[in-house]
Design a binder for this molecule. Structure first.
Ligand SMILES: [Zn+2]
Length: 409
């Protein structure tokens, strides 16, 4: 156990130092650009919005984001390998737990602890340090730590019991893949339904204040064929200046949620355009569709594990020492399907934009909104092909402006 802990701490220190050096280098290199205030002039000629050049501070933020994105992938890939080489499995085998449930519990906690410790530097530099540096975050260090700890607490409460059950099924049942697929499919269905309510409690969501703007949104939703639209607001301005809105839930748990920053910063016309986009997701059943993809993905993933492991280790592969290999397969497949997920999501976003432009009859605001997102969220105007392919679940600002310019009602 001692060896495992020491190696984990050395791994943590190494990742921390590497990311620290890269971050400091990028900060030093871009010192003057970081001070810039991002302001974009809206230029519209003959009804067409001019695609702006990426402001240098936005370019810096993009550079940072790429570094953390790719390092996150590397860290995630290395966790199962390191768990094996750091002796995580040996620790459990030596302890010789009589009950498999205890063995499963300790395995999940040890693996979870290693994952959290190794990924922490990346989250620290990306979500806290970078966000502060570019002026996207108002969070104090302790607030950030509190959020991180809250995430771990939720994992212990929700993910740990499920992971232990899956481990027990894996060890005890020959046809574990059928059982586990069924459980994961059920969890996915329930969590898509329940998520909005958990979100509501956890993030103190409130109903959108009544008044002229809400009436306008509800009127628009009726035009779009949505009855009884629920609109909630999530307080975010104490944490960030970024803007966002989203649609969650399935069936009657469906709702649109605005970050309060979005309502504070945008004009009524712009908010209506954002709301219309979210109504597009609602009306076009995007959550249900992506859920179906998710369910198919889960089943294919579980079956691939079974097939690959049988080929590799024979029929008798359901042993604790093979768990790191299985986790590595899961991580590799997850990365391989990222481009498919991103491409599907980008397609849904284009559809939601088109829906919004159709029901508002206002393609100009739909496009101009993108400039506001460049200013507020430091969203890059354009990104390179690989990054877009892997990580971009929205079309780029450039593409969205061009789509708005070319839209014909
Ligand atoms: Zn969207």
């Amino acid at each position: 156990m001692k060896k495992f802990l020491i190696r984990t701490m050395v791994g943590f220190a190494l990742i921390f130092v590497i990311l620290f050096c890269i971050t400091m280098f990028l900060e030093y290199k871009n010192k003057s650009n970081l001070l810039e205030e991002v302001k974009i002039e809206q230029i519209v000629e003959d009804g067409k919005i001019q695609v702006p050049a990426t402001p240098s501070k936005v370019e810096v933020n993009y550079e940072f984001s790429q570094v953390y994105f790719y390092s996150g992938i590397l860290i995630n890939l290395s966790i199962p390998v390191l768990f094996y080489y750091f002796g995580g499995i040996e620790v459990i085998k030596k302890a010789n737990f009589r009950k498999k449930i205890v063995e499963g519990g300790v395995l999940c906690i040890l693996y979870g602890a290693l994952s959290e410790i190794l990924i922490f530097p990346k989250i620290l530099f990306s979500s806290f340090y970078r966000a502060k540096l570019v002026g996207l975050s108002n969070q104090s260090f302790f607030d950030f730590l509190g959020d991180f700890a809250k995430g771990i607490g939720e994992d212990l409460l929700l993910t740990l019991p499920i992971a232990v059950i899956i481990y027990l099924i894996f060890i005890n049942k020959k046809r574990w893949y059928i059982w586990v697929s069924a459980i994961l499919v059920a969890i996915s269905l329930v969590s898509n339904y329940v998520y909005p309510y958990i979100d509501e409690i956890e993030n103190d969501l409130v109903d959108m204040e009544g008044g002229g703007l809400k009436d306008k949104i509800l009127e628009l939703s009726k035009d779009a064929g949505i009855e009884n639209l629920e609109i909630k607001v999530i307080p975010k301005s104490h944490k960030t200046g970024s803007m966002n809105a989203y649609m969650t839930g399935i069936h009657n748990s469906r709702r649109i949620v605005f970050w309060d920053t979005t309502l504070n910063k945008l004009s009524d016309k712009e908010i209506l355009s954002v709301a219309a986009h979210e109504m597009g997701h609602y009306k076009l059943n995007h959550i249900q569709k992506s859920m179906i993809f998710e369910l198919i993905g889960i089943v294919l993933l579980i079956l691939s594990i079974h097939i690959l492991m049988t080929k590799n280790k024979g029929k008798d592969y359901r042993k604790i020492e093979n768990i790191p290999k299985i986790l590595l397969i899961i991580n590799i497949i997850s990365i391989l399907i990222m481009p498919i997920e991103s491409a599907y999501s980008r397609k849904a976003e284009v559809e939601a934009d088109e829906f919004a432009m159709r029901i508002t009859g206002d393609n100009l605001t739909n496009g101009l909104l993108e400039l506001r997102f460049v200013e507020s969220n430091l969203t890059p105007v354009d990104v390179n092909g690989l990054y877009k392919w892997l990580a971009y679940d929205h079309p780029t600002v450039k593409e969205r402006i061009e789509n708005s310019n070319n839209f014909k009602n």
